[in-house]
Design a protein around this ligand. Structure first.
Ligand SMILES: Nc1nc2c(c(=O)[nH]1)N[C@H]1C(S)=C(S)[C@@H](COP(=O)(O)OP(=O)(O)OC[C@H]3O[C@@H](n4cnc5c(N)ncnc54)[C@H](O)[C@@H]3O)O[C@H]1N2
Ligand code: MOO
Length: 460
């Protein structure tokens, strides 16, 4: 059967053609830019705003700091009074008061006078410099009764270093000036951004809403997450993995299922998910078996322009839409499911979340320690491990059902469709699964499909 959109049902006969991944990605980028619904905006409290995408400009209405303040613990003085001071010729100042953080300084500093001051405390009127405590020697007034419980007024301080006006003083607006544009719309908020926003008096910010991503698992053998494996049935591996990936990429994941292998149930679940989410990912039932209903359902309810990719694993992947919601049909085999998400799903979630960086993984380039064989005509997603000397060892596993291979792997490399593999010693790009691993070789943030970034493996 061939649908109105040109989808050809491969059930019972296999794929008529296989789409190059780069072509699918170009279509994704185009559709994301022009057709698909993006989530709206929402206001979130500052403490929850890290990693969210700002949708408003932040222009400061105030100066930070709003008052001149000490940058050192010491004595506020008139800087010019200290000129000529050195350890053999200390200059003596009368301590006339104390300035504490959070309390407006009232005492005025006159010539030859000093105010004991703490870091962050307001500079008292009259003073224009702070002599750090290390550049002073404290003395008791000649007429003071004893050393116990002395007030500053009973103290003298000797300055042993010249401290010119402005030294160790934080001036008004030195952090942020009024009218300054601090953050632009589209900014992925960093923790330090929230600190600055707080300094400006902001309590909440307007950010892009996280895209809602519904994750559907199918297959009569699949048990809900948290179930014990039982006889010929297996717990759902794909949904928790996909949910974590979606959340990593700035989406809000909702797991539905596992769903019964019933056409009506699946049709209803698909339609509902498309209606209430910005992206739907289905795992399983994507291939050519008689019970693989998902592709024909998506073609019926919407359109399925791509089904069957020139990719290994994850060849049976499909991509389509229902209404204005993109649908990713990821193969049930867990490695294939991960591969389909890494190459396609991740990009959709990140773009919908408003992230500029559509590629999730950091890369390093290292030599292969063994030959890596690949099939001509398919983009190969090959799992690899680093050896102790930083070489890249291909993992000798073939099955896309062996998810533990990705647990043992440090990352993956991509072998272009026109290549039959890479010989031992060839330097390949490895995208690392774990950003916190201890390998610290040169890192790149490469989008191998070249959307707005360095294009190192454009042949993919
Ligand atoms: N005659 C052909 N058969 C198959 C082809 C083909 O081209 N011609 N492609 C194979 C490839 S490649 C893959 S990948 C699978 C994809 O099949 P489906 O997407 O229809 O997935 P299922 O048949 O439902 O499941 C495949 C496999 O994965 C297990 N699975 C499914 N969902 C989960 C889950 N949530 N957690 C853990 N494991 C899951 C399932 O039990 C099966 O073992 O088709 C090949 N066949
Ligand atoms: O493509 Mo299947 O995804 O090889 O196992």
């Amino acid at each position: 059967m061939e649908s109105a959109q040109g989808w050809s049902d491969p059930r019972g006969k296999g794929f008529r053609r296989r789409w190059p991944v780069a072509e699918v990605i170009a279509w994704l980028e185009e559709s994301l830019a022009t057709q698909w619904s993006h989530p709206g905006v929402e206001t979130v409290p500052l403490a929850k705003a890290a990693g969210r995408v700002l949708t408003e400009a932040v222009v400061s209405q105030v100066a930070v700091p709003g008052f001149a303040r000490a940058a050192m613990d010491g004595y506020a003085v008139r800087g010019e009074d200290t000129f000529g001071a050195d350890p053999t010729n200390p200059l003596t100042f009368r301590v006339v008061g104390r300035s504490r953080p959070g309390v407006a300084a009232e005492v005025v500093v006159g010539s030859g006078e000093a105010v004991a001051i703490a870091t962050g405390a307001p500079l008292p009127p009259g003073a224009d410099a702070v002599v750090p405590v290390e550049a002073t020697r404290l003395r008791v007034h000649d007429h003071a009764p004893s050393t116990a419980s002395l007030s500053p007024a009973e103290l003298l301080v000797e300055v042993i270093e010249p401290t010119p006006p402005g030294r160790h003083v934080g001036r008004i607006g030195e952090d942020v000036a009024p009218g300054e544009m601090i953050l632009e719309p589209g900014r992925w908020l960093r923790p330090q951004d929230l600190g600055v926003l707080s300094a400006l008096g902001w309590r909440e910010v307007l950010v892009r809403r996280r895209p809602r991503v519904t994750i559907l698992a199918t297959g009569p053998e699949i048990l809900p997450v948290g179930s014990a494996p039982s006889d010929v049935r297996i717990p759902d591996m794909n949904s928790p993995m996909l949910a974590a990936l979606v959340e990593r990429d700035g989406g809000h994941a909702e797991i539905q299922g596992p769903l019964a292998d019933d056409r009506h149930v699946l049709a209803e679940a698909l339609a509902r998910a498309a209606n209430r989410s910005e992206f739907v990912i289905v795992s399983g039932g994507s291939s050519t078996g008689p019970e693989d209903h998902l592709p024909s359902l998506v073609a019926e309810l919407g359109s399925l322009p791509f089904h069957g990719l020139a990719l290994r694993p994850a060849g049976p992947t499909g991509l389509g839409t229902i209404g204005s919601t993109p649908i990713l049909l990821a193969p049930g085999n867990p490695v294939s499911c991960l591969c389909a998400y890494d190459l396609l799903g991740s990009r959709v979630v990140r773009r919908l979340a408003g992230w500029r960086q559509a590629w999730a993984y950091r890369a390093t380039r290292r030599p292969l320690t063994r030959n890596l064989v690949s099939v001509l005509g398919r983009l190969d997603y090959a799992r690899v491990r680093f050896d102790a000397r930083g070489g890249v060892e291909p993992l000798a596993i073939s099955g896309a059902s062996i998810l533990s291979s990705t647990v043992r792997a440090d990352g993956f490399t991509l072998i272009a469709p026109h290549s039959e593999g890479a010989a031992e010693g060839t330097v390949v790009t490895v995208w690392r699964y774990d950003p916190t691993s201890s390998h610290v070789w040169d890192e790149l943030q490469d989008d191998p499909f070249g959307f707005g970034l360095a294009d190192s493996n454009s042949a993919c």
